[in-house]
Design a protein around this ligand. Structure first.
Ligand SMILES: *[C@@H]1O[C@H](CO)[C@@H](O)[C@H](O)[C@H]1NC(C)=O
Ligand SMILES: *[C@@H]1O[C@H](CO)[C@@H](O)[C@H](O)[C@H]1NC(C)=O
Length: 831
C-alpha cells in the first residue's frame, strides 16, 4: 500500500511557485502583495488588467498555444477588505509574482529573481506598486501586459534577455515601441551576440530553450494550438488574517524516552518565541488514539504561551495512527469557523502509519490547510513530504543526532512570512557539541536585530555552570536564567534591545553530554528589516540525473550581503553530514557574482532524505551591503531616479543560521552517486596584447565544482558557429603546460598567436575528469585585433648607415609595430 501511495503523490509533485500548465492554460498563478504595501484597491484592478492583456500577448507569442487561465491575488492581512475569499494554501513566500516596495537596486524596474540554470523555473517576479499606479512609467516600460510576458519567460522558462540582438531579432527588441511580444527562434537568433541569453543558455535562442529545456517543454511539444482566442483569465482575490495553527504531535511508543522530550523542547521554543501574538494555537496528540490537549487558544500574552507549553505531552506509548491524528487536528481547526481553509497544521511523527494513509491524506490535502511536516528519525512515513508539497507547507527531517539541533530548527523555520520581515523571528545561532568540557562560542548581534533576543540551552543530563556575556561585559550567570530541569532547558531572555556586538557564551558540561544553543532575535527597528537568510536546494526530489545545487540568499531589504562566509550542512537521515562552503563567485553553480546568492553543487548525494542548514557570518569583516540591479537605461531612455534611501554599506559582525526544506534522493539505478563531469566554465574571458592571447577563467572541479579537474581542452576558430557546433574540430591550443588547480581557483593561460589585423577569433574551453568524462563547452569569448587607426600602426624609422671604409651608405628601414592593446569586454546585463 505504502509504495503505491507514494508513487501516486510523487507524480503530482509541483514546482516551487506552484504554477501548473493544465491543457493550454496556466493555473495556480499566485500574485502576493507584501504587507509592506499600503492598501490600494486600484492595485488589484491594475493587476487584473495586466494579466488580461498579458494573456493575449502570451497566446500570440506562443503560436496560440498557452494563456493565463486563473490567477489568485493574495492581499496582506492588514488590508481591510470586505468579502474576500479566505486564502487556503497561498502564501507570499511561495507566490510566483510579488508586489512589494522597490528593490533599491532596480527601482521600479520589473525583474525576475533568476539564479537557477538556464531553462529552470525561477523564484519570483517583482513588481512595485508604482509600476501599476504611476502611468508615466508605461512610457519607459511599455504596456504592462507585454512586460509581464517577458518576465514570465524568465520566471517560468528560465530564459534571459536577448534584447541586445538589435540586428537579427529586431522585432523582439524591448527598446522598440512595437506592442507585439515575440521570442527569438533559432533562425532569427544571433548566436554570436555577446548577451546573457547566449552566455547562460549555450548560445541558443529563447524559443529553443522554452521548447526543449523548460518545465513546460514536454507539454509544449505535444500541445495543439487553440482554434479560437482564449477566454480572459479568471481572478480570485484572497486574504489570510491571523495564523491558526494546530500542532499534531506523535506520542506513539517509539517516541518514548529522548524523542518525546526533544519534541517538547522544540515545541516549547516554537510556542515561546516563534509563533506571533494574536495567533491561535491548538494541540493534538496521537498514538493508538488521538486526543485534543488544547483547543484553539488565542495567544494574548505570556500566560497563554505558558499554558500552551504546560499542556505539551510528556509520555508516550501505543501505535502510530497518523490518520486519527490528522482528523483530530482538522476537527480542532474547524471549531472556530467550520473550515480549515488557510489554517496550518504542524505534523510531527517518527514512524510509519499503523493505519491506511489513503483514507486521510487526500482529504487532508483537500481541506485547504497548509500542512507542515516534520519527520523525526529514520522511519517516519514517506507521505510527509508529499503532504507538505501539495499544500504549500514545509517538510523538514530531524535525525537523532542531538548536537545538530534540527528539531528545534525545524519548528523555528515554520513561519508564514507576509513580506514584512521586521516582525519575523530571526535565528542568529543554532549549534551543538557533545563534550564533558566547556562549550564556548560567540554570537554577533548586528544593528538590524536585537529585540526579543533569547538564548536557549538544551542539555542531556544536567548543568551547573553557564555564562552569557554582553559586548560591554555584563554577565548573566545560571542563577539569572530560567532553568527547567525536567524539560532540560535553560533560557535567558535579554530585556529590551540586545546590545549590538559580540555576545559570548560559556557552558561547562561537567560530564559527557550533548549540548545545544539556539539564539533567536527580531528586528531592532520597526522600519529596518533584518539581514535575512533563505536556504534551499534546486530539487525537492532528485534521481541524481540533474545536479543538485544548494542556494543561500543573504540579503537585507533586497540588498545583497556580499563577501559573507556561508557554510551549508547537509545531513542525511542515515550516514554522515557533508559540510560545503557556498560561494557567490559567479562560477560553477553560482549564476552571478556578488548578487548575495551563494551557491554550490552538491555531488555527494546520499539515497534517502536529507536536511539542509546554512550558517552565515561576516567573513573577516569584509561583508558589505551592495545594490544589485539593471542599468539605468531601459528602452534607450534614462529611467526616473529611484528613491534610494542612503544606508551605511558596512555590515559589521553578524551571524545567522537558516534551515531549508529537506529533500529526497532516490537513485533510479543502483545506489551510487553518478560520476558528474567537471562543471561548465561560465566565466571565460579573453584579452589580447600584441600577439599574446590571455585567457582567464575559474577552475571547475573533478565532479562539477568539487575537487580538481584533470585537464583542459582549449580550442579556437574564426567561425563562431563552427566552434559552438563542432568544438572537437576547431583548432587546438596547446595546454600541456596547464595543469588544473582546485575548483574555484583563478586560472590564466597565455599563448602566442599570429592574428591578422581586424580578424576576430573565438575561444572556448572544456575540461575533463580522471575518467575522461568531459564537461560542457564553456561560454564562447572573442578577441579582435584592432589597430588604433590606419597609418599610425607602423612607425617607420629610416637610418642611414654609412660605412666609411668602403665609402658606401646603406639605407636601413626599420618597421616597428605600434603597441596596441585591446581588451574584450563580455557583456553582462547586470553591470
Ligand atoms: C458580501 O457578499 C455578499 C454575497 O456575496 C453580499 O450579499 C454582501 O452584501 C457583501 N458584503 C459587502 C460588505 O460587500
Ligand atoms: C570557556 O570559557 C570559560 C569561561 O569564560 C573559560 O574558563 C574556559 O577556559 C573556556 N574554555 C575554552 C575551551 O575556551
Amino acid at each position: 500500500m505504502g509504495s503505491r501511495f507514494i508513487v501516486l503523490w510523487m507524480l503530482l509533485s509541483s514546482s516551487c511557485t506552484g504554477i501548473k500548465l493544465k491543457g493550454n492554460g496556466y493555473t495556480d498563478i499566485v500574485v502576493g502583495i507584501s504587507s509592506g504595501v499600503p492598501q490600494d484597491n486600484t492595485l488589484i484592478e491594475r493587476i487584473k488588467d495586466m494579466f488580461t492583456e498579458g494573456s493575449m500577448h502570451l497566446f500570440e507569442a506562443m503560436d496560440n498555444m498557452v494563456y493565463f487561465r486563473n490567477v489568485t491575488i493574495l492581499v496582506p492581512p492588514h488590508w481591510s477588505s470586505k468579502n474576500l475569499t479566505k486564502a487556503t494554501t497561498e502564501s507570499y513566500e511561495k507566490a510566483g509574482i510579488r508586489i512589494d516596495k522597490a528593490n533599491p537596486g532596480y527601482g521600479d524596474d520589473p525583474y525576475t529573481k533568476q539564479y537557477e540554470d538556464c531553462g529552470s523555473e525561477n523564484e519570483y517576479i517583482h513588481f512595485t506598486p508604482d509600476f501599476f499606479l504611476n502611468d508615466d512609467l508605461k512610457h519607459f516600460y511599455g504596456s504592462r501586459g507585454r512586460v509581464l510576458v517577458y518576465e514570465w519567460a524568465h520566471l517560468r522558462w528560465g530564459v534571459y534577455d536577448d534584447y541586445k540582438q538589435a540586428t537579427k531579432c529586431s522585432k523582439h527588441i524591448a527598446g522598440q515601441q512595437s506592442e507585439e511580444v515575440a521570442f527569438c527562434r533559432e533562425d532569427e537568433h544571433d548566436a554570436a551576440a555577446q548577451n546573457l541569453q547566449n552566455e547562460k543558455c549555450g548560445n541558443r535562442a529563447t524559443w529553443t530553450v522554452i521548447f526543449e529545456d523548460s518545465v513546460d517543454s514536454a507539454a509544449l511539444q505535444s500541445l495543439k494550438p487553440m482554434q479560437s482566442p482564449p477566454p480572459a483569465p479568471s481572478f480570485t482575490v484572497v486574504q489570510r488574517m491571523k495564523r491558526v495553527v494546530c500542532l499534531i504531535l506523535d506520542v506513539s511508543g517509539s517516541m518514548a524516552g529522548s524523542r518525546i522530550l526533544r519534541q517538547r523542547q522544540a515545541a516549547t521554543h516554537f510556542l515561546q518565541y516563534i509563533i506571533e501574538d494574536q495567533a491561535y494555537v491548538g494541540i493534538v496528540t496521537f498514538s493508538s488514539d488521538a486526543s485534543i490537549l488544547k483547543k484553539l487558544t488565542r495567544i494574548e500574552n505570556e500566560t497563554t504561551r505558558k499554558e500552551l507549553i504546560k499542556s505539551l505531552p510528556t509520555t508516550a506509548g501505543g501505535g502510530t495512527y497518523i490518520c486519527k491524528g490528522l482528523f483530530k487536528g482538522l476537527e480542532v481547526l474547524r471549531e472556530d469557523n467550520l473550515d480549515a481553509l488557510g489554517d496550518e497544521i504542524i505534523f510531527l511523527t517518527d514512524g510509519e502509519a499503523s493505519d491506511n494513509l489513503n483514507t486521510c491524506v487526500p482529504s487532508a490535502i483537500q481541506s485547504g490547510a497548509i500542512i507542515h511536516t516534520i519527520a523525526l528519525g529514520t522511519s517516519a512515513a514517506q507521505a510527509l513530504r508529499q503532504m507538505a508539497d501539495k499544500t504549500g507547507g514545509k517538510f523538514i527531517i530531524a535525525t537523532d543526532d542531538l548536537t545538530s539541533n534540527m528539531l528545534v530548527d525545524a519548528f523555528a523555520s515554520l513561519t508564514i512570512p507576509t513580506g514584512d520581515y521586521t516582525k519575523e523571528p530571526v535565528q542568529l545561532e543554532s549549534t551543538g557539541l557533545k563534550t564533558a568540557d566547556w562549550f564556548n562560542g560567540t554570537v554577533s548581534v548586528d544593528p538590524t536585530v536585537g529585540n526579543k533576543t533569547s538564548f536557549l540551552i538544551i542539555f542531556e543530563s544536567s548543568l551547573t555552570t553557564a555564562y552569557i556575556q554582553s559586548p560591554s561585559g555584563f554577565i548573566y550567570s545560571l542563577r539569572d536564567m530560567i532553568s527547567d530541569t525536567t524539560a532540560k532547558t535553560i533560557t535567558q531572555k535579554i530585556p529590551g534591545t540586545a546590545e549590538a556586538g559580540d555576545w559570548k557564551y560559556s557552558i561547562l558540561s561537567g560530564r559527557s553530554q550533548s549540548l545545544t544553543i539556539t539564539v533567536t532575535s527580531q528586528a531592532a527597528d520597526a522600519d529596518v528589516p533584518p539581514i535575512n537568510v533563505k536556504a534551499h536546494v534546486n530539487q525537492q526530489v532528485s534521481d541524481g540525473s540533474k545536479p543538485m545545487i544548494v542556494f543561500a540568499e543573504v540579503s537585507q531589504n533586497y540588498r545583497p550581503v556580499v563577501n559573507a562566509e556561508v557554510w551549508a550542512t547537509l545531513e542525511p537521515e542515515k550516514g554522515t553530514s557533508e559540510i560545503i562552503e557556498l560561494l557567490d563567485n559567479g562560477a560553477g553553480a553560482d549564476a552571478f557574482k556578488d548578487d548575495g546568492i551563494y551557491s554550490r553543487y552538491f555531488t555527494k548525494l546520499v539515497k534517502g532524505r536529507s536536511s539542509l542548514k546554512v550558517r552565515v557570518r561576516n567573513k573577516d569583516g569584509q561583508s558589505r551591503f551592495t545594490l544589485y540591479g539593471k542599468s539605468d537605461v531601459v528602452n534607450d531612455k534614462v529611467k526616473p531616479e529611484p528613491s534610494v534611501v542612503e544606508q551605511p554599506l558596512v555590515v559589521g559582525n553578524f551571524t545567522r543560521t537558516a534551515t531549508g526544506e529537506s529533500f529526497e534522493v532516490s537513485f533510479t539505478s543502483g545506489k551510487k552517486t553518478p560520476n558528474y563531469p567537471p562543471n561548465k566554465i561560465t566565466d571565460l574571458k579573453a584579452e589580447i596584447k600584441e600577439d599574446t592571447v590571455l585567457l582567464i577563467w575559474t577552475a571547475p572541479g573533478e565532479d562539477l565544482d568539487l575537487g580538481t579537474a584533470k585537464s583542459y581542452e582549449i580550442r579556437w576558430s574564426n567561425d563562431h558557429e563552427m566552434l559552438r557546433l563542432n568544438f572537437s574540430d576547431a583548432f587546438l591550443v596547446n595546454t600541456s603546460a596547464v595543469s588544473p588547480q582546485e575548483s574555484g581557483s583563478v586560472e590564466q593561460h597565455s599563448f602566442n598567436m599570429i592574428i591578422q589585423n581586424g580578424a576576430t577569433i573565438y575561444f572556448a574551453i572544456r575540461s575533463e575528469d580522471k575518467d575522461a568524462v568531459k564537461s560542457k563547452i564553456s561560454n564562447i569569448v572573442q578577441v579582435t585585433k584592432i589597430l588604433p587607426a590606419r597609418g599610425l600602426n607602423f612607425i617607420i624609422i629610416i637610418i642611414f648607415v654609412c660605412v666609411a671604409t668602403i665609402s658606401l651608405c646603406f639605407v636601413v628601414v626599420v618597421v616597428k609595430r605600434r603597441r596596441y592593446f585591446h581588451k574584450i569586454q563580455i557583456y553582462r546585463r547586470f553591470f
